[in-house]
Each structure stands twice: as C-alpha cells, then as structure tokens.
Design a protein around this ligand. Sequence first.
Ligand SMILES: NC(=O)c1ccc[n+]([C@@H]2O[C@H](COP(=O)([O-])OP(=O)(O)OC[C@H]3O[C@@H](n4cnc5c(N)ncnc54)[C@H](OP(=O)(O)O)[C@@H]3O)[C@@H](O)[C@H]2O)c1
Length: 262
Amino acid sequence: MHFTDKVILITGASSGIGHELALLLAKEKARLILAARNQAALEAVRNQCLLYTPYCEIVLMDVTDETQVNEGAHRALQFFGKIDVLVNNAGVTQRSKLIDTSVSAVRQLMEVNFFGAVMLTQALLPHFREQAGGQIIIISSMAGLMGYPWRSGYNAAKHALQGYFETLQTEQPIPHLYTTIVCPGRIHTPITYSAITANGDAYGKMDPKQAKGLSVAFCARRILKAMHKRKKVVLIAREERILLWLKRYFPPLFYVIARKGN
Ligand SMILES: NC(=O)c1ccc[n+]([C@@H]2O[C@H](COP(=O)([O-])OP(=O)(O)OC[C@H]3O[C@@H](n4cnc5c(N)ncnc54)[C@H](OP(=O)(O)O)[C@@H]3O)[C@@H](O)[C@H]2O)c1
C-alpha cells in the first residue's frame, strides 16, 4: 500500500519523529495535515514537505484541550474532504523520580500522551465509520510495555494507550480500519527538552542517553514500513528489546537492570 494522494493527519509534526515521518510521507506525495502548537516550527516543516508534495496544510492544536481537538479535527476534515490516516504522535516525556513527582505532573503526562490521542481518535471515528475504513497509527513507546525509572507518569500514559488501542484492535468496530501501535525505544530527538519534571516544569536539556538513541530517520522509516504493511504492533528498539525479553522470561534480572537506568 502506498500513500500517494492519501490524506494524512499527523500530530506532533513540528519536531522529532512527527517531522521526520511527515517528510517521508511528503516524498510519497501524500496530502498532509500537520498539527502541533508551535506555528513557526510547523510552518518550517510544511515548507520542507512542500518541496516533495503539493499538498500540505497546518492545524494549530493543543491536544490537551478538548475544544481545540474537536475544532482541529473539523478543520482538518475540511481541507481535503476526508482523512485516510491519523497519526497520533504528539507526546511529552518525563524526567523525575516517582516519589518526588506531583499528581498534577502525572495528570499533565496523561493529558498529552493518553487523552490527547483518545480525544482526537474519538473525534474522527465517526468519519472513519462513514467512509468504511481508515488507518490509525499510535506512537506509544517501549515504556508502554514495561515500567522504567524516572518515567512514572509517562509509563502510565503509554501503558494506557496500549490498553485503549489494543481494545480498538480487538473490537474492530469498522471493518477496514487498521490500527498500528508503534513502540520506539530511545530515539535521538529533542524530546527531553520538554520533559516534565517533578513539579511540572520542563527538563530543558538533552539527556546524554537520549542523544545515543536510534536515529530519528531510522525510526520514521520503520514506522512508514509498518504503515505500509498495516502491522498491528511494531517495536523499534535495541537495549529496550532485551529488557522486555528479560521482563518476560527472567524477571529478577529485569528489576536489577531496569533500576539502574533512567
Ligand atoms: N524520542 C524517543 O526516544 C521516543 C521514544 C518512544 C516514544 N516516543 C514518542 O514519540 C512521540 C514523538 O516524540 P519525539 O521524540 O518526536 O519528541 P519531540 O521532538 O519533543 O516532539 C513532540 C511533538 O509533540 C508535540 N506536542 C507536545 N505537547 C503537545 C500538546 N499539548 N499538544 C499538541 N502537540 C504537542 C510537539 O509540538 P508542539 O510543542 O509544537 O506542540 C512536538 O511536535 C511522542 O509520543 C513520544 O512519547 C519518543
């Protein structure tokens, strides 16, 4: 399956994985709708995409605001009269110990990473039902498959995403609706700059371990491949894969190793 002329809405398209995936889809001549809050960054991504596809629109949307999400979904539908693919990618990570992290910081992580994707999906499901199909991509995380230090709220939100969208996959309410859950490990993007800390403030710097993550270009290529194949789940990770294997088959060692990471 190719995405030429397909209408694709990507949240979190102003940076990192969303930006890179938008470029790959532009090269396939998809009709793109890029969503995020930072207008200048979105416009810069749009200008890059327009080098490859004649169709690229922008929707400003804070995924934690239900009104903005519903209005954004409505506006997105008006650009090309339909949406074929929704990529729920907007997200924010965390850098703080569980014991120090306020409940409001955990809520903030749930709002962006979980409720943002849920609200936008709910806003578009009636459209997918009407057109008898579509595709939804969820950018979850390896943190959605196991607990990991300094990520309590983030892990919780990504686990919630897994549960919610796995249910969509099992209920399959619309016959030709394909849902892919993507679980990346560490990817080298600016994600730690906006990471939420104990009191909700941004971490504001590149985490050295993040900088050693897989390249964002590699990650986006793997996501695109999974989209082409309409895979149910895809893991894009190195060390985290081993950790997950240990969790399943040798839990005592998992706890020892995972405890050392952050
Ligand atoms: N990098 C990794 O190691 C890694 C690993 C596993 C999973 N992931 C997941 O991959 C996704 C993308 O992360 P990334 O690494 O590309 O991070 P990134 O470079 O920081 O990009 C995050 C994107 O999310 C958007 N965003 C954040 N809060 C938002 C909000 N309230 N409303 C709307 N948009 C919002 C940001 O745009 P604005 O600031 O312009 O709104 C930005 O475009 C996230 O879901 C993340 O959890 C990343």
